[in-house]
Design a binder for this molecule. Structure first.
Ligand code: ADP
Ligand code: ADP
Ligand code: MG
Length: 457
């Protein structure tokens, strides 16, 4: 028996805040938008039943302030918090503070967050559960000498990764020992400044890999997977274009990969939605765990479209105490879906940030098309936060149909007032290698380097 969530505080902004409010509305849960002063005119603030201003625009005074958020819980009487992605979503201290305030944290336990949010620790946990990891240093490293020693068995080229890194930041490449000794102290300093934790570890650099990740849901007792997503098209180690399922896995590879994710989730007693990220080597068919994200992910909609399961509603139900109603055999894969991230960045000017006021705005329509966004006409995109404006998500009976609908969706979209990555997606959808799924995590950057001779290309 469970009471469920009575009032949900959304500790986030942008499209994900809107997405969470919609899920709460569908379940009849009243919402509080906890926002910064820069976001009082946001769509999330307009949609929520209540608005609570956390503080100034600066994230450390608002969306990253545990104190302000616990204050918001107390002031509004909300009994649950959804952290979205980014900000405090993978901060175990925040989850702990929410629990200490007598409220529900929509996500796994603080212990699980602490364990899997630390990438070096997550690697050890994966290994213990029998999930292969990229060859690397078994432990965190604190000085150049031990890094050079560890590198002997890891091999070059290698990556220096911050244990607390995320969002594509905190990763540096070293081709040889010389570069490692130069880059190592920089990586430590950067990790300390950016994540408040200077611990780093080494991982062999896998040049021609695909990024394939598995969505899981657990209720603390049992876990299921919702198949995989492929997110190999990246720029600066950030995802640009995502799809589900991966166009290259065979059915038996899919099962092996997804089962490994369920095994790890069950070993953790995982509660909520989570994603296990892997690198996949086309040539050998080998896959290696790289990290786990203990939160909802930006690209979760492609999974929703191929499974028909609402992941954010599932998170709210599980957090409210309901057991996972789903069994693995209930979850079927239908067709294919792709997601295009529209960021306020100008592809013609090396992705220079381009916030502004939304002038004309028209979204695509038609079968299989979904748009997740917080934009409205006249909305001023604040310059302080992540540049994500919208996600165009398209489903089709198969990948070819999804891609054809994606192109039509891009053509129907009209967004003026700022530059965006819409034009990039239009160009990508014309590339034969995209249609053939002939890519790896380095392909998009290589293509961009070739197609950005200063002009619009
Ligand atoms: P996803 O894994 O869902 O694709 P991204 O890697 O794009 O998500 O990250 C989602 C958001 O969270 C981005 O705004 C990113 O900057 C932010 N983010 C993720 N991890 C961290 C972290 N450890 N520290 C700071 N920001 C992070
Ligand atoms: P973040 O926490 O920032 O998301 P990840 O560890 O998930 O960091 O890595 C982000 C991206 O960097 C991956 O999707 C992949 O493209 C690349 N990457 C990470 N580890 C490796 C590796 N060992 N070899 C090659 N590329 C890697
Ligand atoms: Mg990652």
């Amino acid at each position: 028996m469970t009471q469920g969530i009575r009032k949900l505080l959304i500790a986030n902004r942008g499209e994900i805040a809107v997405r969470i409010i919609r899920a709460a509305q569908a379940l009849g849960i009243p919402t509080v938008a906890a926002c910064s002063e820069a976001d009082v005119d946001s769509l999330a603030a307009r949609m929520a039943d209540e608005v609570h201003v956390l503080g100034p625009a600066r994230a450390d005074k608002s969306y990253l302030s545990i104190e302000a958020l616990i204050g918001a819980l107390k002031a509004t009487g909300a009994d649950a918090v959804h952290p979205g992605y980014g900000f405090l979503s993978e901060n175990a201290d925040f989850a702990e503070a929410v629990l200490a305030a007598g409220a529900i944290f929509v996500g796994p336990s603080p212990d699980t967050i602490r364990r899997m949010g630390d990438k070096a620790e997550a690697r050890r946990t994966a290994q213990a559960a029998g999930v292969p990891v990229v060859p690397g240093s078994p432990d965190e490293l604190f000085d150049v000498e031990s890094a050079l020693k560890a590198a002997e068995s890891v091999g070059f080229p290698l990556l220096i990764k911050a244990s607390a890194g995320g969002g594509g930041r905190g990763i540096r490449l070293a081709q040889n020992a010389q570069q490692l000794s130069e880059e190592f102290p920089r990586a430590q300093r950067e990790a300390q400044t950016a994540f408040g934790n200077g611990a780093v570890y080494l991982e062999r650099f896998i040049g021609k890999a695909r990024h394939i990740e598995v969505q899981i849901l657990g209720d603390g007792q049992r876990a299921v997977h919702l198949f995989e997503r492929e997110c190999s098209l990246q720029r600066r180690r950030q995802k640009v274009f995502e799809e589900a399922p991966s166009p290259v896995l065979t059915q038996s590879q899919r099962e092996t990969l997804c089962d490994s994710a369920v095994r790890l989730a069950e070993a953790l007693g995982y509660k909520g939605a989570g994603t296990l990220e892997y690198l996949y080597d086309d040539e050998t068919g080998a896959f290696f765990f790289i990290e786990m994200n203990t939160r909802i992910q930006v690209e979760h909609p492609v999974t929703e479209l191929i499974t028909g399961i609402d992941l954010v509603q599932a998170m709210l139900r599980i957090a409210g105490g309901e057991p996972l109603g789903l069994h693995q055999s209930d979850i079927r894969l239908h067709g294919a879906a792709v997601q295009m991230r529209l960021n306020a960045e100008d592809p013609a000017r090396n992705f220079f940030p381009s916030p502004g006021v939304v002038e004309a705005l028209e979204w695509p329509q038609g079968e299989g098309v979904r748009v997740d966004t917080h934009l409205y006409q006249g909305y001023r995109v604040p310059p302080y936060y992540d540049s994500l404006l919208a996600k165009l998500i398209v489903h089709g009976a198969d990948r070819a149909q999804a891609l054809a609908r994606a192109l039509s969706a891009v053509e129907q979209t009209k967004l003026t007032g700022m530059a965006s990555t819409l034009s990039l997606h239009g160009q990508l959808l014309e590339q034969p290698w995209l249609h053939q799924a002939d890519f790896n995590t380095g392909t998009l950057e290589a293509w961009l380097a070739e197609h950005s001779n200063g002009g619009e290309a």
